[in-house]
Design a protein around this ligand. Sequence first.
Ligand code: AMP
Ligand code: MG
Length: 333
Amino acid sequence: MGERLTCIGIESTAHTFGIGIVKYHPFQILCDVRRVYRPVSGGIHPSEAARHHIEKAVEALEEAMSRVDLKQVDIVAFARGPGLGPCLRVGAALARMLSLKLEKPLVGVNHAASHINIARALTRAIDPVVLYVSGGNTQVIYASEGKYVILGETEDIAVGNLIDVFARKAGLGFPGGPKVMELASKSRRLLKLPYSVKGMNVSFSGMLTMLEGLVGKEPVEDLCFSLQETAFSMLIEVSERAMAMLGVKEFIIAGGVGANARLRQMAGKMCEERNAVFKDYPIEYYADNGVMIAWEGIIQYMLGEKLNVEDSMVKPRWRIVDVKPPPSGLYEN
Ligand code: AMP
Ligand code: MG
């Protein structure tokens, strides 16, 4: 581990255009610039989000350059997938340009692995069960030192999608998460919603249909409260099942829905009851960001991953099981 590496990472998989710069060893965040696309109406429009990223790329890069001299950079990383094709291509284009200009290696990283490994870096979790919950993903993953194993996932829509689509229907705007959380805190009335757990898988489409039908008929606070209590109980149940099956004592949450205080509270309680540890970390790193891409870029570079510019096309459907996990002993001196 003698080598000291600095990596610039570019995130552009969905709504956030982020540039992060990370130094290692030891792990140190040098800069974290974010620009977030907010749709005028409806959910994320991929081509509109991509246009947002193109418009913000130069100012974001300038802001990063005002903090860190790019001459320090040894590696250029970008989120290669999974994500929205038009958005991914913006980050990839900027990364290729930087790699050529700085004459530094180009590394394409997996967005889901990046979420998990920034959580591990910030908490020092070694082989946790991870609940990965975002706008497009809901998975229970065992992040062991040898490989990533998907133990459970949604059979239909992601929990973030459940929240966002319900919120849009209820006129709460996009993204729905923060607004639903705020309204939920004003209610204690639990409505009966479909609770759909099959082994370590979950399903949310029935709950969404029912909630959509209740908009305007029940107070919105009660709908938000019931959505959170039911959906999050399902997620914590499957996470606990995974921990029990493997005998794992560490639990982390990754992805934007992890910003929810109630979900993290339930996670803490579940872990406490089974003598395990819920490893929480600063809330801003649950959301998409460039720092996690930069850190995963360092990890993958150390594992020998490098791309030629001509072979660096994006991978919108890249699954985490095809990614190499970090080497062990990363945080030892
Ligand atoms: P990501 O795709 O990882 O950036 O996460 C975005 C998702 O996180 C969207 O579906 C948001 O609605 C959701 N989200 C953000 N903040 C919260 C919150 N406080 N509670 C629940 N969901 C949230
Ligand atoms: Mg994400």
